[in-house]
Design a protein around this ligand. Structure first.
Ligand code: NOJ
Length: 738
């Protein structure tokens, strides 16, 4: 539809009709039992029948047949036959689940993430959906926060590359094209900065840190064309994001150039009352509208107040028109005025969802996301040797993931199912050895509903343990699939201690008493404190929450069919007390390697370094990286220099190394991080093969937020590092002269 026609449509809409375009309800409000809804949830929420009939979008329901019917009935009643938008959290897959976002961060592979997002978009689109609330691009530094699993990690550059890739995968060039959905960048802004890792907690960041570290990934997603942005629950500079005019009008819209639809997070506008920023719901509605929030997710703050506020002359109707126009434009970009059902297709649901192609991609992506933290020569496993798989994740479909609400659990491949196809049945045993969580830990999952694990009696636990110890005695290799419960990560799952669940620690200790050849396969949504696990196990493979093909991918890597190549996208702290620990920290005036030992910036009981740093990860082969060669010593505005290394696979099998480029601006108008990732290349090398890897260092790469508030570069010396982890000291120096 042409812009003038949209404008004419807007002009013809009543105030109520417009205000309700800005209302988003749950799909449950449109179920058959209309009376039950009106006298129950709708009444409690303060929305009436008219609002339900006029709401511009719904969230959380899917299915081609269901949504086509819903759309048809809705449009018949909508005074201007405006189609409705269907939105849902399709985060890292729909029915086919790909590795969780932090795992995708570990793959350091934007192309792969783009493919995963495109496959998720296709399953979502044929199921009738138009928008996905993804990707979450919040930078994270605190492993206590359960939502780190939804992020791609602690680095602004990696996060930005993956934000762009995912938006491209979901939307393509044109979100109206077949099998594409609109992508929604979230949570604007700095939701990942929750103090002490407690979800929904205050965020305290100075503007410099906000801009330098936290904002770039949102900007990257917006530049990639994301049609929507979601507000965050937290405050930014003391003002809740959802009513923060400076953040939304000045930063998001003016500076970042975002002209799409801004949606609140679930009830976030209403929560500004609890925050103590809005005095009541009407005040919250006015403030959010003035901040330019276009859709109120699942409260009646807009629908119950906007018309009144206009009639009383408190808000200008033009602000409502502006928001509604953006919503209509989004519907138009999706092509809904021409075809309100878009790609919804019952037949295609059958062929697209969980198709072979998507499952193969899920397996490839999972394999590429695994990070080998330690290996004292016991992996890869030889399927002809006597092997015991011991651990609660040996035959457990919950490895599919957390926050994959539509994931098809039944079709998830477990480690046992995959291993039975490869390992010699006469030589291989499988047992769980312990429950995932102890009785005490289960108490923390109050309110988690049906997915919550059931408790196992002490007697039963002893039996499981004894069976495991007996099995371990008999074999040459013990593979232990251990980890967090999937409900221990995701929204509202902050943890004060990031240890492996206690029943599993006991199991590991007991097994180690009878067999020292232990390879731990670690399922986790977050970095954990792995001191004991690393000490006991001879090999540790982090497989995150790997998705539908997780078990198959784990067996691929355990047997060496796939050589691990993942790198940590987030530091694994030495212990909880070290958090936040991230590689791109600022230099202090008293670094730990200079000056009198007593008065350095350090702990007296633990090291400063994390147990495993950002960018770290091993392979079954060995790589050597040569010293850095620079094409020149000076970068200018006109002249770039190149920095090259030769990477050689010195081992006996093919493998992939992620070669990483870091810079340090040695002295600047504001203190700069000790290292910043500026580029990476995945080098695939046959045994014995070598390749030259070259990075171009140009002026834009040196820019940062300067002391005067402008973005630009500053003359001076830089350290440059190229290596296979953020702790590399393979260094060269150059100057920048303007
Ligand atoms: C709340 C979460 O914070 C957000 O990420 C999600 O998209 C919405 N709920 C909708 O489910």
């Amino acid at each position: 539809m042409e812009k003038e026609k949209l404008k004419a449509l807007l002009d013809d809409m009543s105030l109520k009709e417009k205000a309700d375009q800005m209302l988003q309800l749950m799909g449950a409000f449109y179920q058959e039992d209309k009376e039950g809804i009106l006298t129950g949830p709708a009444r409690d929420m303060g929305v009436g029948e008219e609002d339900i009939q006029l709401a511009g979008s719904i969230l959380g329901t899917y299915g081609a047949g269901k949504l086509k019917k819903l759309q048809k009935e809705y449009m018949e009643k909508q005074p201007h036959h405006i189609p409705m938008l269907f939105m849902m959290d399709v985060i890292h897959g729909m029915k086919t689940v790909f590795p969780m976002p932090l795992a995708q961060g570990a793959a350091f592979d934007p192309e792969l993430s783009e493919k995963c997002a495109a496959a998720a978009a296709k399953e979502a689109a044929v199921s009738g959906l138009h928008v996905t609330f993804s990707p979450m691009v919040d930078l994270v530094r605190d492993a206590r926060w359960g939502r780190v699993m939804e992020s791609t990690g602690e680095d602004p550059y990696l996060n930005s590359r993956l934000a762009q890739a995912q938006v491209k995968g979901f939307q393509g060039e044109d979100m109206g094209a077949p099998y594409k959905v609109c992508s929604c960048i979230k949570h604007f802004a700095a939701y990942g900065g929750a103090q002490a890792g407690r979800d929904y907690n205050t965020v305290e960041l100075c503007e410099h840190t906000l801009r330098d570290f936290y904002l770039p990934s949102y900007k990257a997603g917006i530049d990639a064309g994301a049609g929507m942005v979601m507000t965050s629950f937290n405050t930014v500079n003391g003002i809740p994001a959802s009513t923060n005019k400076w953040l939304m009008r000045d930063v998001l819209r003016k500076e970042m150039g975002f002209d799409g639809v801004l949606i609140s997070d679930f009830s976030a506008i209403l929560e500004t009352v609890a925050h103590g920023h809005s005095k009541d719901e009407a005040d919250a509605a006015r403030k959010a509208l003035e901040a330019g929030v276009d859709i109120d997710m699942m409260t009646s703050v807009y629908s119950a107040n906007l018309c009144k506020l206009v009639e009383e002359g408190v808000v200008d109707e033009a602000l409502i028109d502006e928001g509604v126009m953006r919503i209509l434009e989004l519907k138009n970009r999706l092509g809904l005025f021409e075809n309100p059902y878009k790609d919804a297709d019952e037949e295609e649901e059958k062929t697209v969802i969980l198709c072979k192609e998507h499952r193969n991609l899920a397996r490839e992506a999972a394999g590429k996301s695994f990070v080998l933290l330690k290996n004292e020569g016991i992996l890869p496993a030889a399927p002809g040797k006597k092997t015991a798989f011991i651990g609660p994740y040996t035959d457990n479909k919950e490895i599919i993931s957390s926050w994959a609400i539509l994931g098809d659990v039944a079709s998830c491949v477990t480690i046992k199912e995959a291993a039975e196809k490869v390992f010699d049945p006469g030589l291989t045993t499988f047992c769980s050895g312990s429950p995932v969580l102890s009785e005490r830990e289960l108490k923390g999952l109050v309110g988690f509903g049906p997915g919550k694990p059931v408790s196992v009696s002490e007697e039963e636990q002893e039996k499981l343990l004894q069976e495991a110890v007996e099995a371990a005695k008999e074999v040459e290799l013990v593979i232990m699939p251990l980890g967090e419960h999937y409900l221990q990560s995701g929204e509202a799952t902050s943890r004060g201690m990031i240890d492996l669940p206690e029943a599993q620690v006991r199991l590991l200790r007991e097994v180690a008493k009878v067999n020292e050849n232990i390879a731990v396969v670690l399922f986790t949504g977050r970095p954990l404190d792995l001191r004991e696990v690393s000490r006991i196990a001879r090999s540790v493979l982090v497989v995150w929450l790997p998705g539908t093909e997780g078990g198959a991918a784990a067996v691929d890597v355990l047997t060496g069919k796939v050589n691990p190549s993942g790198k940590l996208p987030m530091s694994f702290p030495y212990c909880t007390g070290q958090i936040p620990v991230h590689y791109n920290a600022y230099s202090t005036g008293r670094p730990d390697n200079v000056g009198e030992v007593r008065f350095r910036s350090k702990y007296i009981d633990i090291p400063n370094e994390p147990l495993y740093p950002f960018g770290y990860g091993l392979s079954y082969t060995k790589f050597e990286i040569s010293p850095v060669k620079l094409s020149g010593g000076v970068v200018t505005d006109e002249k770039a220099v190149t920095a090259s290394v030769t990477v050689k696979n010195t081992g006996e099998r093919a493998g992939t190394e992620v070669v990483q480029l870091y810079l340090q601006d040695i002295a600047a108008s504001v203190v700069r991080p000790v290292k910043e990732l500026k580029g990476f290349v995945k080098a695939e090398l046959e045994a014995g093969e070598e390749k030259e890897i070259t990075f171009v260092i140009d002026e834009p790469m040196l820019r940062f937020l300067r002391a005067d508030g402008t973005v630009g570069s500053e003359e001076g010396e830089f350290n440059l590092f190229i290596g296979n982890s953020s702790d590399t000291d393979n260094q060269a120096k150059f100057r920048y002269e303007s």
